[in-house]
Design a protein around this ligand. Structure first.
Ligand code: SF4
Length: 447
């Protein structure tokens, strides 16, 4: 039986927090590969529960919070050269390279290695994983995929992987396995029908008290700052009852109590998916809670929807509002209006949510944006009775706001993905400086 090793690489950043991050794309691929007769292993660099972490005394190991979210283990590391002037601690989040190397040496040598990637500016973690793998197993082909590759293909091609794959990985498996191992896959899902996919291989994770659920891929909107349409070919959804069945399956298989929705558009056209799914969850009285770290659509929040979410156990609810500036709303995609935020908060509070439960994202650092604009947006969210949460803008190649961002930024965004990092406030200007941003952050703390 041929063996394939899947690697979820480290995060390298100034700050990182585990909002239910799991390598779900890689775990879907794991299940498909298993169905085709491969032995599949996972090396998860972000595994906070790795038993050997305890012996790495230089790594701080925080406790996870009740719902499976929390800080990652981390170790401060030197900043990469392009960030040398940013006088802040920079860290590697996850297990140590020592544990990584031990894992590689202890495991059966694979026939092929897949490495995934997430944010473009986290590529140092990908680079390090490829470097170490090539040191131990120089003759095993390495395939690199994921969001960073999709968004920065040329840059990703320079990191040492044998093959880079952009877009949805499942669609590429057939030609990849043929070219690299001479194999023919016979059991492949129909990527246009998400319910034909096997469940992700969550059994490969150390911690299963919390798992993510995907009910869809993509988003029908085209917000100017968002990469959803670049990462997913089209907007596709699952059958809502099949989603409830999957949740039930994880509860009974692993005793999972917390589920995070990774969707970009969970609530869009709610009669198609969200409403029947929530009603099924309520009917089955599933003993669990749900968390939505990706911004939900405020314009879909009605009194009925709010009651269903509350009854079904939606605990962490976050919404994409971005700005109260109506001109900016129109320019960036018109996904929500000020009035819709106000009405949504009223419905949610009537359903039982407290103001502090209703987290509303406010974008900060769009090209040309002023501190005053962000301040007004924060004030408006508070006025509506919700909790503003600043989301720092990260420029993404290929989005319609990219060219404007490149012109507005003091950093070389085109040549260096490290400068896409939202912690830098990459499109800051004299109208919105870093110190103004820190004052705006303080405004959100007082809620
Ligand atoms: S609605 Fe959300 S997911 Fe969809 S394009 Fe806009 S920001 Fe992206």
């Amino acid at each position: 039986m041929k063996s394939i090793l899947l690697i979820n690489p480290w995060i390298y950043d100034f700050a990182a927090y585990d909002f239910w991050i799991k390598p779900i794309g890689l775990l879907y691929i794991a299940s498909i590969l298993r169905n085709n007769g491969y032995d599949v292993q996972l090396l998860d660099c972000l595994n906070s529960a790795h038993p050997d972490l305890i012996s790495d005394t230089h790594i701080s190991i925080p406790r996870k919070r009740y719902a499976g979210h929390g800080k990652f283990p981390k170790e401060t590391v030197p900043r990469p050269y392009p960030l040398k002037d940013i006088l802040r601690n920079y860290s590697r989040y996850g297990i140590s390279p020592r544990i990584f190397m031990n894992e590689l040496e202890y495991r059966r040598k694979p026939d092929l290695i897949f490495i995934t990637s997430m944010m473009t500016y986290w590529y140092p973690g990908v680079h390090e994983a490829i470097r170490l793998v090539k040191k131990v197993m120089p003759d095993v082909p390495v395939v690199l995929g994921g969001n960073y590759v999709t968004l920065c293909r040329d840059h990703a091609s320079s990191l040492g992987a044998d093959v880079t794959v952009s877009g949805e990985g499942e669609r590429q498996l057939l030609p990849l396995l043929k070219a690299l191992l001479g194999d023919n896959l016979s059991d492949l899902p129909d990527s246009d029908h998400l319910d034909s996919y096997p469940y992700p291989a969550f059994d490969l994770l150390s911690l299963k008290d919390q798992v993510p659920i995907l009910t869809s891929r993509g988003c029908p909107y085209r917000c100017s700052y968002c990469a959803s349409h670049l990462i997913f070919d089209s907007f596709r959804r699952r059958d809502p009852i099949r989603v409830a069945e999957e949740i039930f399956f994880w509860i009974t298989s692993f005793g999972t109590k917390h589920f995070s929705f990774y969707d970009d558009a969970l609530l869009v056209n709610p009669e198609e998916l969200a409403i029947p799914m929530l009603m099924e969850i309520i009917k089955r009285q599933l003993p669990c809670q749900f968390h939505c770290p990706n911004g939900l659509h405020l314009n879909e929040i009605t009194a009925h929807m709010s009651r269903l979410m509350f009854q079904a156990g939606f605990k962490t609810i976050r919404f994409g509002f971005e700005t109260s500036n109506e001109i900016l709303q129109l320019k960036t995609g018109s996904k929500v209006t000020n009035e819709q935020l106000r009405e949504a908060v009223t419905h949610l509070t009537h359903a039982g949510y407290q103001p502090r439960d209703i987290g509303v994202y406010v974008l900060c650092g769009l090209p040309g944006q002023t501190a005053e604009d962000v301040r007004e947006s924060i004030e408006y969210v508070k006025f509506c009775g919700a909790r503003p949460i600043i989301a720092e803008y990260s420029p993404i190649p290929g989005t319609s706001l990219w060219d404007t961002s490149v012109k507005a930024s003091p950093y070389d965004l085109v040549r260096e993905p490290l400068f896409h990092n939202n912690s830098l406030l990459p499109c800051q200007s004299e109208k919105l400086t870093f110190s103004m941003y820190q004052e705006l952050k303080l405004m959100t703390r007082s809620v």
